[in-house]
Design a protein around this ligand. Structure first.
Ligand code: AHG
Ligand code: MN
Ligand code: MN
Ligand code: MN
Length: 333
């Protein structure tokens, strides 16, 4: 068997090859990967490390914070703020962006993250993860507004799933690669390259308990899937819902499928539940780089101009032909 590549080797090849990965961005990715290793260690300790349960606080979006939401956020900040590659960081768990303290060198990148995705699964020992996105700082003093760039401006995106294995999935705009954490070596080792999502699928992921709140196009799509072989789709569909976006998207990266968290009538004034900057944009970049598609039902997610840091969005992503079908149903309606 040929020798496997480490994350470091992969990144150096990206630096020398077509991607022309800038050395500062390579360093940034290495540091994020190291932080994810730290988070994985805490996750694995579970009750033994006293990391389960709630922290007794709320984040800016009104969600009760779990201890691990806060631990993961701190690990990412502490790992990244001194290296000189960043101008600032923004996170689901912080009201405003975190500027790099002035006694550290200032870099040219902005890092955004959902430090711990799938919080409701922490205490039940089900896969959770970290999602991140990298933008270029366009200059001037860094502020919340510096982060308000469309997803098409991302120079890197990735996630790390803490499941039966710890897997890092990464794009720097030249396809998608996967790395598995080798616990004995303490390093990420490449286990897949040029990941491709099949264009067709028979598997959908949506929180079905919200059915009565959905808009007509989403109801129509799911209703047709549920009719199976006898219905207009002429095939039986299977449903999967882990309730950690990171794990649901990872399944789609691995074997195809469609993931949806659509707008619903429970909160009519909010455009959706998931966060554009920390969840939808990085996942859209990865999905598109793997040949899939991602829209908010009407428009490509990565082309949305964000108006605020914690902006939410309706999400339809995964196998291309299914995403196009759902989007078509919205445009017809
Ligand atoms: P987070 O834990 O970062 O707040 O995100 C949770 C999100 C996402 O991961 C998942 O797809 C969704 O919430 C689950 O929502 P339901 O509780 O409706 O299943
Ligand atoms: Mn949350
Ligand atoms: Mn999340
Ligand atoms: Mn989160």
């Amino acid at each position: 068997m040929s020798k496997r590549k480490s994350l470091t080797q992969y990144l150096i090849e990206q630096q020398r090859g077509d991607a022309q990965l800038p050395p500062q961005l390579r360093l940034l990715i290495e540091v994020v990967a190291r932080a994810c290793k730290g988070i994985a260690i805490s996750v694995n300790k579970g009750a033994l490390g006293d990391v389960l349960g709630t922290a007794g606080s709320e984040n800016v979006q009104g969600e009760v914070q779990k201890k691990l939401d806060i631990i993961a956020n701190e690990v990412l900040i502490e790992a990244n703020e001194w290296g000189g590659h960043l101008a600032g960081m923004a996170s689901e768990e912080m009201d405003d962006m975190h500027a790099v303290p002035l006694h550290y060198p200032q870099g040219e990148y902005l890092l955004l993250f959902d430090p711990l995705d799938g919080s409701s699964n922490i205490d039940v020992n089900v896969s959770i993860g970290t999602i991140f996105s990298v933008l270029k700082h366009k200059g001037g003093e860094v502020s919340n507004d510096s982060f308000l760039q469309a997803g098409t401006e991302q120079v890197c995106a990735g996630y790390c799933v803490y499941g039966p294995q710890t897997t890092l999935v990464l794009t720097v705009g030249h396809g998608v690669a996967m790395f598995t954490l080798d616990r004995e070596q303490g390093s990420f080792v490449q286990t897949a390259d040029n990941v491709q999502i099949p264009a067709d699928t028979k598997e959908f992921a949506i929180n079905m308990s919200n059915l009565r709140h959905w808009d007509a196009p989403v109801k129509r799509y799911i209703d047709e899937c549920l009719q199976g072989k006898e219905g207009p789709r002429g095939k039986d569909f299977n449903m999967r819902w882990i309730a950690s976006m990171v794990a649901d998207v990872h399944r789609i990266m691995t074997r195809g499928g469609i993931f949806m968290y659509p707008w619903d009538k429970r909160e009519p004034t909010k455009p959706g539940k998931l966060r554009l900057m920390y969840e939808a944009n990085p996942m859209s970049f990865l999905i598109e780089q793997a040949g899939g598609a991602s829209t908010n039902g009407k428009q490509r997610i990565m082309e949305i101009q964000p108006g605020q840091l914690h902006e939410r969005v309706s999400v339809v992503m995964g196998s291309k032909n299914e995403v196009e079908r759902v989007t078509q149903y919205h445009l017809e309606g």
